[in-house]
Design a binder for this molecule. Sequence first.
Ligand code: NAD
Length: 261
Amino acid sequence: MDLQIEDKVAIVAAASKGLGRAIAFGLAREGARLVICARGAEELEKTAREIREETSAEGLAIAADVSKTGDIHKVVSETLEKYSTVDILLNNAGGPPVGGFLDFSLDDWQKAVELNLFSTITFCREVIPHMKKNNWGRIVNITSVAVKEPIDGLILSNTVRAGVTGLAKSLSKEFGKNNITVNNICPGRILTDRIIHLASVRAEKEGKTVDEALDAMGNDIPVGRIGRPEELANLAVFLASERASYITGTSIQVDGGLVKG
Ligand code: NAD
C-alpha cells in the first residue's frame, strides 16, 4: 500500500529513543521529511544519523524539552524556516513518574501536566493554522492504555492522559472539515527504556530480577509477550498517512489484547 506521505513534513517529538524513534524511522522509510526533537542533543544526533544512514531521508534534529513552550516554538519555527509547512505532528514525551496520590506534590502534578498535556496543546496550537491553510493535516498523540483502564501506581499518567484524549476528540470535531485528523495511540507494554524502568520498580517491590518482572509483564498479555516499538510505529505511520483519511477522534490500543474491556 502506498501511504502517500512522500515529502510530507513530519515533526516527531521525543524521538531519540523508544516509541518516538521507531515512529521517526517508520515515517522516514515512507519518504517523509522529518524533524525530530528530544532533550539530549547527543543521543538525538545519533538517532538522526542512523535514520539518514538507513533511509536516506532528509531531516532536522532539534534539541528541545517539550515541557517548555519556548522550545516547542523553536522546533516549529525552525521547521517552517526549512520546509515552510508542517503536515504531520506526532506528539510524544517521556512518561511521568510512578506513584500513588499521596506520593506527589503539587509541583509534581504541574510537571506531569506540562510534560504530557501542555506540550500537546502547545504543539497543536503552533501547527494547526498551517495544516488548516493546506487543508490537510495529521496529528497523532501517544497516550497510554491508562485512558481505557487506570493503571495501579501511575496516577499522574492516568489523570493527565485523559486530558489529551479530551483535547484530541475536541480537535477532531473542530478541524475535521479542514482534512485534519487527530487520533491517539494507547501503548500497552512495549519494550523501551520506559517499560524496563517500570519493570525494575515492580522487580524491587516483588523481590524479583528485572528479567523476571518483564517475563511476568508479558505473560498476562493475551498474545503472551511484550510488544516491539515497530509494532506500534506501524499504526502511527498509517494514521499519519493519506490512507487513514476517514479515521479521526479515535484512541486505539496497541497492547496485544491487554485491555480486557
Ligand atoms: P522512553 O523512555 O523509551 O523514550 C522517551 C523519549 O522521550 C526519549 O527519546 C526521551 O529523550 C524523550 N523525552 C523525555 N522527556 C522529554 C522532554 N521533556 N522533552 C523532549 N523529549 C523528552 O519512553 P517510550 O516507551 O518511548 O514512551 C513514550 C511515551 O509513551 C511516554 O509518555 C510513555 O509513558 C508512554 N507509554 C509507553 C508505554 C510503553 O510500553 N513503552 C506504555 C504506555 C505509555
